[in-house]
Design a protein around this ligand. Sequence first.
Ligand code: 5AD
Ligand code: SF4
Length: 481
Amino acid sequence: MHHYGNKIIDESRQGEALMLESEGHKKLYIESYGCQMNFSDSEIVASILAGEGYSTTKNPEDADLVLLNTCSIREKAEQTVRNRLSHLQYLKKTKPAVKIGVLGCMAERIKDKLLDEEKLVDLVVGPDAYRDLPELLKEVNDGRKAVNVILSKEETYGDINPVRLGGNGISAFISIMRGCDNMCTFCVVPFTRGRERSRNPQSIIEEAVQLQDAGYKEITLLGQNVDSYLWYGGGLKKDFAKASEIARASAVRFAELLRRVAEAVPGMRIRFSTSNPQDMTEDVLYTIAEYPNICKYIHLPVQSGSSRILKAMNRGHTREQYMELIEKIRSIIPDCGLSHDMIAGFPGETEEDHQDTLSLMEFVKYDFGYMFKYSERPGTYAARHLRDDVPDEVKTRRLNEIIDLQQKHSLYRNQQHLGKTVEVLVEGTSRKSEDHWFGRTTQNTVVVFPKEQAKPGDRVWVTVEYCTSATLLGKLASLSC
Ligand code: 5AD
Ligand code: SF4
């Protein structure tokens, strides 16, 4: 999912469906929920199934196969999918032969129990098992139910050329690593996406060059924890120490990957997501500062401003260390856009901890943020050992205070652009007005301006005349950058 601007919403990564369309004789309808990684995975699934003669459709009623690529991050995300599954029952009534599959994190978390709980589901496939889809579909088409939720040590889908559908033809995702080893105590991701493994840098660069040749202007390098990228010939990051001396000596880390990509596609904007404060190194910051085509924007989730809560979350850094990192970013990359993820009401969070969160926000004054109420996830350390003891109304009140403060800071950050001329990559027509283009600055701030000669894909200069907390509004200053 693209985060178009600084929309401040609780469940920002859920419920947006991406419908894909392409050519072929059997029809696939695929809907994605959750993070950008899931949207990127759906493009891999579409590619694997294209090899089986499936083309995509935007209409579930035309489909022979309906897939939901699901998210487990919060209970609400799973509920959204459950509701969608109940709604989709009507498809089986009108077309009994249609097959329905659940992919992604919910498939991995709930496994074959999903088949008992959701009677209309024929197929359950976890994030590392998509290559098995052709075999699983054979079983399903023979009238059996099929499940594969095996997590892998190597799978990165590095050789699969994603089907680019549903996008704007200007920006695309490139997946660079999968899984997460950090084991934050609230997070289900290590259970649903397995351990960290990185993709061959050569295949990443080839994909970037292909996108450039196809006219794309922006890529986002994706991973659950991009700063932890480590290529030493394949395999889990945690097995790095066991690799040969030659493999270890020639290992490629994130800063080096960024540098290689920036040099391979100098005409493209490069973004990346998500960074983890405990894994972000200084050389990454110097690389961002050095290459004009790497966007000056870092999404740097913190989750809490209290060192005590950060410890209980197993975040691997204190409030002070995070503040030092922010200062380092500000000194190495002046004007860097910054955003955060924040959780309100983690077990044991006191009013004082909450005040620490607000004061950390005051210190950073983020450009935008994604803010959530704590949601207990079965199987996590927090669910097993910590009582979800902050009452819901307290969580809601704290979340609202966080959201209000973020809105104030977003407005403050946007106001700093007033009167200035900023570089914008035009992405398309504004969602609010047919007569306006919308695009983003290097800091990821949304800019809207009247349609003139510029067209989607152009990089233009826009003079900012007015702003809200979500958007800069301006007029075209010059056509080329
Ligand atoms: N409850 C609430 N929010 C969560 N996140 C992850 N797990 C939970 C949870 N159990 C949030 C974090 C993370 C973002 C993707 O979702 O802020 O950075
Ligand atoms: Fe949701 Fe996390 Fe899975 Fe992404 S990795 S789909 S955010 S649970």
